[in-house]
Design a protein around this ligand. Sequence first.
Ligand SMILES: *Cc1c(COP(=O)(O)O)cnc(C)c1O
Length: 315
Amino acid sequence: MTLPSPIQQIKHPLFSDNKLKVFIKRDDLIHPIISGNKWRKLKHNIHFAKENGYLGILSFGGAYSNHIHALAYAAKEQGILSKGIIRGEQHYQHNTTLSQAIRWGMSCDFIDRKTYRLRQDPDYLARLQLQYPDYFIVPEGGSNILALPGVGEVITELKTQVDFDTLMLPVGSGGTLSGLIQADKNQHNILGIAVLKEAHHIKEQVQSLLAQCDIRKDIKENTSEHVKWQLFENFHRGGYAKFNVEDEQRIYQFVQESGITFEPVYSGKMLLALLDLISEGYFKQAQTIVLLHTGGLQGLNGLIEQKKLSTSLSI
Ligand SMILES: *Cc1c(COP(=O)(O)O)cnc(C)c1O
């Protein structure tokens, strides 16, 4: 584990022309296999499962899920079992993501898309818990309230690393964004970039996670009152894991210029949003912006396997 994760400045003419300083916090370097933000979210979940006598963790994901991949490896490392409830057919067990997860000891159940939609339904979850009583059930993406304190350590680390105005991150299920908001306590602007279409429910998910935390803490500090965070819903580029050739080219060019690998599902969409927002004059001059590189580079292999890339994006 490389913690605290390193921070580095990115130099680019667009940044200096606009009198902006841009840093990147390299959570992608925390661990060679476990995707950065997934490690932070899983940490307290795994601890909780062990403390409470569960034999393993059960969670949900798509066939190329960073979360499933990270869970399989982290569980193996921490000496507990893992089970993946996977959207799609059995043959996905041979793909690059799941074949590794299975090699690390994860067992997978494959379910159809309709059943997968029940993944937050209390009755469905109760039945699953009866079927697998020894497993602690963690939602898709690892985004429950146990995820928040792990993510909050990003803020603790940043305080010792750089003075900044704005923190930007890609947003899927909202767990990472919630953890940052909770730990930040209104000190910085936090800009989430939704990577999927119709992201309105994510805002509710964030508010609900923050409210649950406030209740646990008897509302001593009401984090749902954090007013300096925003979720941008217009930078999804067509939907989850969708991007066009031009998007890919722009990411590729930036990878070449910066020497930092971005993938087009999460970190690349955050990057394109940053470039677009700067071009629109969104940021005040002399601001310092920190990008959170959430990891996810295993997903690049999945995109290559699915022939969704026309260039090799990595450096
Ligand atoms: C899962 C993931 C995200 C999204 O995090 P949420 O907490 O689900 O919003 C962002 N980046 C990467 C690389 C991820 O794997």
